[in-house]
Design a protein around this ligand. Structure first.
Ligand code: ADP
Ligand code: MG
Length: 546
């Protein structure tokens, strides 16, 4: 600590570059502080600082210091730390002088690089704009910032018995959510929505709950009760494996229900409304995505006999159509281990979902076998369930194991009534579906710079970009940053091998060892390994095939 303040006094008013002397670690009584990355200029992105607290310094009770509780514990500490930082007095100066912030979670609890539980040590990684007047070092302001930081750590980060209620509540909720996940898996359910859950969001741009929404209420026939370790018994709608079709009039809450299921792969925070909306964590929303790149994907179960004899067992394009993109999305989801596919008619290619009788008669040269025909095969041959929202395609009713009618935002089980009208057809086509894994064989190009501009856009070098907007289950800018770093890592090392193995083992490494392997970067958040595979599927210039 003395060493640090000595350096600071020596570099006062020198040119900004002299800040590089700060690089290193310093011991304070309450924590140790490391300058990991020093900005070269006051206008450059802020420097990166780490605070490490040992068990006897942070004082969090031992029962919370478990790797499997890292995410909820980290969330709690990050929220507090961020609150403390927001109360810092403003430091005036040029560029990013005095800018100090830490990345926190939104509504979903994610593993983030801003927090790390290393054994029983707690690490916080955050941005710290070293202060300057013009381009000259402002030592006085930096000293002020460091004293303020020390107070924040003492008052907001270090455990106080007064936090215990809230922290325990948060940890207990997380334990209940994880318990519910494994309970559902064990009993063969693919999703659960608790009675009282709030599904709609405040707006299309916000993940916050809608005020005065109609709370969810399960139909009697689909209701189960689960005894949670901390919250006790909760009841709600459980969706078994198989084919589930959701119908209802426009604006009655169908898409809202499906969107809640899409995000149910994550655990949500207190007050979100979706705390007990839990979906099989391999579930993938499959939508149309015309314009996307497709790299040697077998879409032949859905698309065959394309004009000019184009091969669909190993199909590539730089500009997919609605139906081919959705077919590729299905096959890639299954390749990446999805056991549940989620469809919404609103964002599907109609010709991918269905072909009506008259068209069948009139258009003989139709390359598409609609999903309607394959849906039960998927379940029978591959154990892949589907949940499909339809507003107008009644043909789906007779192939459904369950039909749920949304009316005034409340679900009703209308399976028996519907089947008494349509009958039930559980028979499948005579195709025996299988999905093979592809291998990354070669990186045709080394990317020099990959960057996430925002949550929805990745830039590769200068001229290429990948649109992440249609990977609807991503939920955080940090995940986009992570994906950028991940591709960079693979491309630098020119990693080859089975796609699924590569993404899964990388995911596993981060999950257990933290983000170290990707360098010093406080704004990373871990997505699922499914999304890591999907990003590779959208990169041009790699050779990936069966
Ligand atoms: P659909 O897909 O059936 O046409 P949506 O799911 O898009 O309908 O919902 C229509 C509107 O109703 C949206 O603005 C949505 O936010 C709102 N909404 C959905 N569920 C509820 C609810 N439980 N309570 C209040 N409003 C809701
Ligand atoms: Mg809709």
């Amino acid at each position: 600590m003395n060493k640090l303040f000595k350096i600071i006094s020596e570099i006062d008013r020198l040119g900004y570059k002299a800040y590089s002397r700060l690089k290193g670690s310093y011991t304070f009584p309450q924590f140790s502080l490391s300058f990991l990355k020093i900005q070269g200029d006051p206008f450059a992105p802020p420097s990166i600082v780490r605070i490490t607290l040992k068990e006897e310094q942070h004082k969090y009770p031992k029962q919370y210091l478990k790797k499997e509780l890292e995410v909820p514990l980290g969330d709690f500490i990050l929220e507090r730390f961020s609150k403390g930082l927001s109360q810092l007095p403003k430091i005036h100066g040029s560029g990013n002088s005095g800018v100090i912030f830490v990345n926190t979670n939104g509504q979903q609890l994610l593993k983030r690089s801003s927090f790390n539980l290393d054994g029983t040590d707690i690490e916080l990684n955050f941005y710290f704009g070293l202060p300057a007047n013009g381009r000259k070092i402002n030592a006085k302001a930096l000293t002020q910032m460091l004293y303020a930081l020390k107070d924040i750590v003492e008052n907001y980060v270090i455990f106080k018995p007064a936090y215990d209620d809230n922290l325990r509540k948060q940890i207990n909720l997380f334990i209940d959510q994880e318990y519910l996940r494994s309970f559902l898996k064990e009993k063969g359910y693919i999703a659960f929505i608790a009675n009282g859950a709030i599904l709609p969001r405040a707006s299309g741009q916000s993940e916050k709950p809608l005020k005065n929404a109609v709370p969810f209420k399960s139909p009697e026939s689909l209701s189960i009760t689960v005894d949670l370790p901390n919250s006790g018994p909760i009841s709600g709608m459980a969706i078994p494996k198989g084919v589930t079709v959701i119908i209802g009039g426009g604006f009655h809450g169908k898409s809202t229900l499906l969107k809640a299921l899409e995000k149910g792969i994550y655990n949500h925070r207190f007050g979100d409304g979706r705390e007990f909306v839990i979906t099989d964590n391999t579930a993938v929303k499959v939508r149309a995505e015309d314009g996307r790149i497709i790299n040697n994907v077998d879409i032949s179960p859905f698309i065959n006999n394309l004009p000019q004899g184009i091969d669909t067992k190993c199909f590539s394009t730089l500009n997919a159509s609605g139906s081919t993109s959705q077919a590729a999305n299905v096959m890639e989801a299954i390749e990446a281990g999805a056991k549940v596919l989620l469809f919404d008619e609103d964002v599907s290619a109609t010709n991918f979902l269905l072909r009506d009788k008259l068209m069948e008669k009139l258009v003989v040269k139709e390359p598409i076998t609609p999903f309607l025909k394959m849906c039960r095969n998927l379940y029978k041959d591959l154990d892949v369930s589907s949940i499909i929202v339809v507003g107008s395609l009644s043909d789906y009713l007779k192939i459904a194991d369950r039909v749920i009618l949304m009316e005034e935002y409340i679900p009703h089980d209308v399976t028996a009534k519907v089947h008494s009208i349509t009958g039930f057809e559980s028979n499948t086509t005579n195709i025996n579906l299988s999905v093979k894994s592809r291998k990354i064989k070669k990186w045709n190009k080394s990317f020099t710079k990959i960057k996430a501009k925002d949550q929805f856009t990745l830039y590769l070098d200068k001229d290429l970009y990948i649109n992440l907007r249609y990977l609807e289950q991503l939920c955080d800018y940090g995940q986009a940053n992570f994906l950028a770093k991940f591709i960079m890592f693979l491309s630098e090392k020119k990693i080859t091998g089975e796609l699924k193995d590569i993404v899964y083992s990388f995911w596993q490494e981060i999950y257990s060892q933290g983000f170290k392997i990707l360098g010093v970067e406080p704004n990373l958040a871990l997505p699922r390994w499914q999304e890591m595979a999907f990003i590779i599927n959208r990169i041009p210039d790699i050779f990936i095939t069966y």
